[in-house]
Ligand binder design. Structure first.
Ligand code: MTE
Ligand code: MO
Length: 331
């Protein structure tokens, strides 16, 4: 049974599929807490959770003009400075259920809970690549950093994805090989013992259960980089899609969702005021400046109070570590 190694999960997660396991965070947690607790963090698995022994685990790093190195968990912890990033991960399909109201779409029917913010810690990817000999001279030969996971299907095909090399090397963007999530070891569902965390980029590129890092001229050839997570015109369908004609999603655009009250919920309007809460996020390292809300189809607008995870005066840090911000306003 490939699913023999599935961990125990929190009962409050809203399960969208059992095998592979996919579940979202109840949205009220997202607008109320700045960090999403590990056991309530959304889970997006394409394959069974692999069984990994952290004692023997190693990540291999190789690429054009570089030496091939193998690093154990202890190597990552001792050879490289520990770096902490507070980062929001969002599944590319977050809120897909809303699309179905317009036109029916394929894929998991996520509501607004396929997003979460955690404090991740680990080694900087740029430090690890430099250790393996990736230099300025390699650029050109190397355009993408590919990642492969230890999770695989029955044919042995593993999960894989890649990010542009400039993103991987940017000191400001803080891509890390994380061994901690909210101060604990990475939980089995989230990539134990080590996962990629690529801030500002869609969740699909933050490869879990990391096995291999390959610096390459080409993007990852994986199904998930080439034939999934792409965006097309409404006139394109599954039977006429030309996957090669669109780029793989990396940075995502602005997202904003109301969490309390929930979609379809009836509220008692006899009180003078109703409090509404939600979250907003932007990919690509951009912050959220303002959230405006209307309760009368755009006649009047109320500007919500934002509560950023970080002090926004520290623009640099804020920009480098895109996070959701919760917002609230009263009607
Ligand atoms: N990495 C591996 N190895 N296998 C996967 O199925 N899913 C990706 C990404 N990394 C995936 C993976 C997708 S689509 C998302 S949205 C995030 O992991 C989800 O991370 P989480 O489950 O920790 O929330
Ligand atoms: Mo995803």
């Amino acid at each position: 049974d490939p699913y023999a190694n599935e961990p125990k999960r929190h009962g409050a997660l809203i399960v969208r599929s059992q095998q592979p396991f996919n579940a979202e965070t109840p949205v009220e947690f997202l607008s109320q807490a700045k960090l999403t607790p590990n056991d309530l963090f959304y889970v997006r698995n394409h394959l069974p959770v692999p069984k990994v022994d952290s004692e023997s685990w190693k990540v291999s790093v190789k690429g054009e003009g570089m030496r091939q190195v193998e690093l154990s968990l202890e190597d990552l912890e001792s050879k490289f400075k520990k770096h902490t990033v507070t980062c929001t991960l969002q599944c590319t399909g977050n809120r897909r259920d809303m699309f179905n109201g317009v036109k029916s779409v394929q894929g998991l029917e996520w509501s607004a809970g396929a997003i979460g913010t955690a404090e991740f810690a680990g080694a900087r990817l740029s430090d690890v690549l430099a250790y393996a000999g990736l230099t300025e001279d390699s650029l050109g030969e190397v355009e993408h950093i590919q990642f492969e996971g230890l999770d695989s299907d029955i044919s042995g095909t593993c999960y894989g994805a890649s990010i542009p090399v400039m993103k991987a090397l940017s000191r400001q963007d803080d891509v890390i090989l994380a061994y901690e999530m909210n101060g604990q070891e990475i939980p089995p569902d989230h990539g134990y013992p080590v996962r990629v965390v690529a801030p500002g980029i869609t969740g699909a590129r933050s490869v879990k259960w990391l096995a291999r890092i390959i610096a390459h001229r080409e993007e990852s050839g994986s199904h998930w980089q080439q034939k999934d997570y792409k965006s097309f015109s409404p006139n394109v369908d599954w039977d006429n899609v030309d996957w090669g004609s669109a780029p793989a999603v990396q940075e995502t655009n602005v997202q904003s969702a109301i969490c309390v009250p929930q979609q379809g919920q009836t509220v008692d309007a006899s009180d003078e005021e109703i409090e509404v809460q939600g979250y907003a996020y932007s990919g690509g390292g951009q912050g959220i400046i303002r959230v405006d809300v209307t309760a009368d189809d755009g006649e009047t607008w109320i500007t919500a109070d934002l509560s950023p995870v970080h002090d926004r005066r520290n623009r640099q840090q804020f920009k480098a570590q895109p996070q959701m911000q919760s917002y609230r306003f009263c009607l």
